[in-house]
Design a protein around this ligand. Structure first.
Ligand SMILES: NC(=O)c1ccc[n+]([C@@H]2O[C@H](COP(=O)([O-])OP(=O)(O)OC[C@H]3O[C@@H](n4cnc5c(N)ncnc54)[C@H](OP(=O)(O)O)[C@@H]3O)[C@@H](O)[C@H]2O)c1
Length: 211
């Protein structure tokens, strides 16, 4: 699949390398593609502007900071029309140590706001409830993790599910929560992170419901 990844930080870079290794055709979108290309040490991927990464691919992943994602991603509306947007972002305020302190959109979510702003795009929220390394290595944690999907379009959620299977997720670990409004629940889970790190130290995690 031709996949555009907006952002080349921990999440964007990790997803780009893992999805390229699975044979997908990856274009990573940057604010400064030239500088990013010079710095890149990962898999063979294309580097482009944010708008070109969105325009030249079929499925786009938002791995940009959540606090500015609404502005950055809605600026790409024309290029995202007719496509699936997998939104991995979390929009939070920050504690002095940089960890999430509070929700930027309480009673709402960045995914719902993106969907409202991008009426021609099918937004799917997923993978925002785990540290980046687990997104592409779900078997690296001792307890089977879960990936929660939120979105209004069944076909778009099926596309994201197929990507997760490519990344070694088991089908039974993927839980479709329903419409995009369910993203406000998974986005809120991120407030657990600083407390988990304090309690258990900094190690790979995925927030998971036990049954
Ligand atoms: N880290 C995790 O484990 C994790 C887990 C779940 C969800 N998330 C969410 O995933 C998203 C990405 O997280 P991350 O940890 O990968 O962040 P990161 O390492 O800080 O990377 C952010 C990327 O976005 C770019 N960027 C920053 N500000 C931008 C702007 N205003 N416009 C366009 N591009 C901009 C940066 O590019 P430059 O090089 O140009 O600055 C960088 O490539 C966030 O929303 C985060 O909440 C993260």
């Amino acid at each position: 699949m031709k996949i555009g990844i907006l952002g080349a930080g921990r999440v964007g870079g990790t997803l780009a390398n893992a999805l390229a290794a699975k044979g997908h055709d990856i274009t990573v979108g940057h604010r400064d593609p030239q500088a990013a290309r010079a710095k890149w040490q990962g898999a063979a991927v294309r580097h482009a502007s944010l708008v070109d990464a969105a325009a030249s691919t079929n499925l786009v992943i938002n791995a940009l900071p959540g606090d500015t994602a609404l502005v950055s991603v809605t600026a790409l509306a024309a290029s995202l029309a007719g496509k699936t947007l997998l939104d991995v972002s979390n929009a939070t305020t920050r504690l002095p140590n940089g960890l999430p302190g509070g929700l930027l959109y309480p009673g709402d979510s960045v995914a719902e706001r993106l969907q409202a702003a991008l009426s021609e795009t099918r937004v799917v929220k997923a993978l925002n409830t785990m540290i980046f390394s687990v997104m592409v290595a779900p078997r690296s944690v001792a307890t089977p993790p879960q990936a929660f999907l939120s979105g209004n379009d069944e076909a778009a959620k099926a596309q994201v599910q197929a990507l997760l299977l490519d990344l070694d997720w088991s089908a039974e670990w993927i839980i479709d929560l329903g419409g995009i409004e369910t993203a406000r629940a998974t986005e809120a889970l991120i407030l657990m992170v600083p407390h988990l790190i304090k309690a258990k130290g900094f190690k790979p995690f995925a927030l998971t419901a036990a049954y």
